[in-house]
Design a protein around this ligand. Structure first.
Ligand code: ADP
Ligand code: MG
Ligand code: ZN
Length: 454
């Protein structure tokens, strides 16, 4: 237990969205009565989700520091080493102590080590122990009175492996994404850690931030420290830009193996790919507006991401909208072909989605002339996402496959044409995205609508 962590939000650089959603918890811990009087229930737990080294632990400590409440923490891995029955009793103890110290924070780091899905059936002793610990944790979360002011935070970098029971309402029903920093975020993190060392006047953190796309906060903190060690090694009393550059090489060479740090060339391809999606969407009349484009790698493993947001609710989709959607999916690959004259594996998810849509149009929505309104596929269990199975003869199935190919091909060709006709904008926006790494829909539209001034 830590009576006062002394860490504030200002010790965490960037991560504005994560901080924003944690602020409410701080407010609650400050004054639980205010919430109780009006009858509002705070969520019992929030789950910080993101790649290693992005500042999840740091953020949890900052919440306690900002709220000036005690901070109880335990790591999931500590439970694993315990004797049978110890894990559960440790959890019981932890919550008992926390109850006495409320308002306070209980933080469970690496919760995936105890909170893994239970059906994995890998047998024997150790697993039972983990299951008991998890059950105890669930019981404690359900049992305590949320109005008392105990908030449970947990962190994981493998949210998909968590037992669904943990994510049920009344448990960790809030999810706070903590993603890798973009260019601005990286510069801010470097600056923050740069304050702790003596810097020569030639140090330029913007340059360092540009060299480190995909690096986590922990790696950036390490770079500054490694640079300081390098300066001492070379008998200097201040860190120079050369020290920083050498540290980047040392730290990232190690990191490159374990996660997606992109080379300049890859970053460029990803930028064109994402802008390809966005441009195709924007140049068609039935597409949702682009909200955000980023080439900062995501927790999900995606190297880039184009977010579109529908205007208003949308229960029915027209044939035109579906076709435009398929064209948008193919836009990433189309841009790669147009600009680099070759293709990458980066479009695998797009391919899957485009194919799914095209197939559904033919087999379920009656949107092809050849098959009219004949159901060629039946969907079982629509509520659970639905497995579908063919409901037609083998000859028809082959014809359906051919039709699906035709639909996707036509949209792919349309996307290529749109991009070729707007090549200048494609270059201009991709270059801008390459520089900034994350751009808003507004910035995107501004460049798109800007008149050529020559
Ligand atoms: P995680 O829990 O997500 O793996 P940590 O919170 O343990 O990451 O981060 C490790 C270290 O990296 C921190 O102690 C801090 O020095 C540095 N760090 C990570 N993210 C940030 C950030 N956003 N701002 C400042 N420092 C950071
Ligand atoms: Mg951590
Ligand atoms: Zn794509």
């Amino acid at each position: 237990m830590d009576d006062k962590t002394g860490i504030k939000f200002s010790d965490v650089a960037g991560q504005d969205e994560a901080k924003e959603s944690l602020k409410e918890i701080v407010g609650f811990l400050h004054d639980p009565k205010k919430y109780e009087e009006i009858g509002a229930k705070m969520p019992k737990g929030a789950l910080l989700v993101g790649p290693p080294g992005t500042g999840k632990t740091l953020l949890a400590r900052a919440v306690a520091g900002e709220a000036e409440v005690p901070f109880f923490s335990i790591a999931g891995s500590e439970f694993v080493e315990m004797f049978v029955g110890m894990g559960a009793s440790k959890v019981r103890d932890l919550f008992k102590q926390a109850g006495e110290k409320a308002p306070c924070i209980v933080f469970i780091d690496e919760i995936d080590t105890i909170g893994k899905k239970r059906d994995s059936g890998s047998g024997m002793g150790g697993n039972d122990e983990r299951e008991q610990t998890l059950n105890q944790l669930l019981t404690e979360m359900d049992g305590f009175d949320a109005t008392k002011g105990v908030v449970i935070l947990a962190a994981t970098n493998r949210p998909e492996s968590l037992d669904p029971a943990l994510l049920r309402p009344g448990r960790f029903d809030r999810r706070v994404p903590v993603e890798l920093p973009d260019l601005k975020g990286r510069e801010a993190i470097l600056r923050l850690h740069g304050r702790k060392v003596k810097l020569d006047s030639d140090c330029d953190f913007n340059v360092v931030a540009r060299m480190t796309p995909g690096a986590s906060g922990a790696e950036l903190a390490n770079i500054v420290n490694e640079a300081a060690l390098g300066a001492v090694r070379n008998g200097r009393s201040r860190v120079t830009q050369t020290d920083l550059q050498e540290a980047v090489d040392t730290i990232l060479a190690g990191a490159q193996k374990k996660n997606a740090i992109l080379s300049e060339k890859e970053k460029c391809i990803v930028a064109y790919h994402e802008v390809g999606h966005a441009l195709v969407a924007a140049l068609q009349s039935h597409s949702a507006p682009v909200q955000k484009i980023t080439i900062v790698p995501r927790t999900s493993g995606a190297l880039g991401f184009t977010m579109q947001v529908e205007e208003g609710d949308h229960a029915l989709m027209s044939k035109e909208e579906l076709l435009d959607k398929i064209a948008t999916f193919t836009g990433g690959r189309a841009a790669e072909e147009l600009v680099f004259g070759s293709v990458t594996t980066g479009a695998s998810n797009d391919i899957e989605q485009a194919t799914k849509l095209a197939r559904a149009m033919v087999t379920r929505y009656g949107m092809s002339e050849d098959f009219d309104m004949v159901a060629l596929e039946t969907v079982q269990n629509a509520y659970l996402g639905g497995d579908s199975s063919l409901a037609c003869s083998e000859t028809t199935a082959a014809a359906v496959d051919a039709k699906v190919v035709e639909v996707v091909k036509a949209q792919h060709a349309k996307a290529s044409r749109l991009l070729a006709d707007n090549r200048k904008k494609l270059d201009e926006i991709s270059q801008y995205l390459y520089e900034k790494e994350t751009i808003t829909g507004q910035e995107f539209m501004e460049i798109l609508e800007r008149k050529e001034n020559s």
